[in-house]
Ligand binder design. Structure first.
Ligand code: SAM
Length: 208
């Protein structure tokens, strides 16, 4: 019933937390935390009314009571929560939602497929600590699920670039991606940067 990705998102939520699932769409993450993480107060929102209708149908189907809001990020949600889930929307949207928020929750469970370096860097400068990071392959795409909590942290440049994932498969994917770009015509500075990155990736993979 729940994909590995939804389970990974849900299992990053602390038992009993109040949760807001932003961009809930089908609402599976909300259902998961309500059912399996003992979260009594779960709220779901989406910018699209149509998406919320599909969430409401699923809430009914799985017999869970979850309050829904049509909302761009936190804007139209009148409650404050311990944890916000924002997944499946890409780094740009995640950062926009967080930067426009009137408050930021203690914990964030984020899922993005792109621009992970920028995501890590921005969250780092917003004062969030990267606690866990997991890459999952679903339908030929890699999804990375992050758990952040409000706390100070020092990350090295390598950790910001490649993350703290212990997932060897993901590092191999990054390496392959770089090799694909290296086959194209690209400026020499970028070529050198990618070659250095691939050397670092090789070392990281060999250490595993
Ligand atoms: C691909 S779905 C992801 C659904 C679910 N979160 C998941 O991870 O499977 C993206 C959803 O985010 C919603 N969305 C996009 N931008 C949003 C925003 N600024 N605020 C709230 N929802 C947004 C879209 O309408 C869509 O339903």
């Amino acid at each position: 019933m729940f994909s590995e990705r939804i389970k990974a998102i849900g299992s990053n939520v602390r038992y009993g937390d109040s949760v807001l699932d932003i961009g809930c769409d089908h609402g599976y993450a909300s259902i998961y935390v309500k059912k399996y993480r003992d979260c009594k107060k779960v709220y779901a929102c989406d910018i699209s009314e149509k998406a919320l209708e599909s969430a409401k149908r699923n809430f009914q189907k799985y017999g869970v009571k979850i309050k829904t809001y049509v909302s761009d990020g936190f804007k139209n949600v009148p409650v404050k929560v311990d944890t916000a889930i924002i997944s499946g929307v890409g780094t740009n949207t995640i950062l926009k939602i967080l930067k426009e928020a009137s408050y930021l929750p203690e914990r964030l469970v984020l899922g993005s497929q792109n621009d992970l370096y920028r995501l890590r860097k921005e969250l780092y400068s917003m004062g969030y600590k990267l606690v866990d990071e997991r890459a999952l392959l679903e339908k030929d795409h890699y999804y990375v699920i992050f758990l952040y909590i409000k706390a100070p942290q020092k990350l090295t440049k390598t950790e910001l670039r490649f993350g703290i994932s212990n997932n060897e498969e993901y590092l191999r994917y990054l390496k392959l991606n770089n090799l694909k770009i290296l086959r194209k015509k690209i400026p020499w500075k970028k070529r050198i940067k990618l070659r250095i990155e691939n050397l670092i990736l090789t070392v990281l993979i060999e250490r595993k």
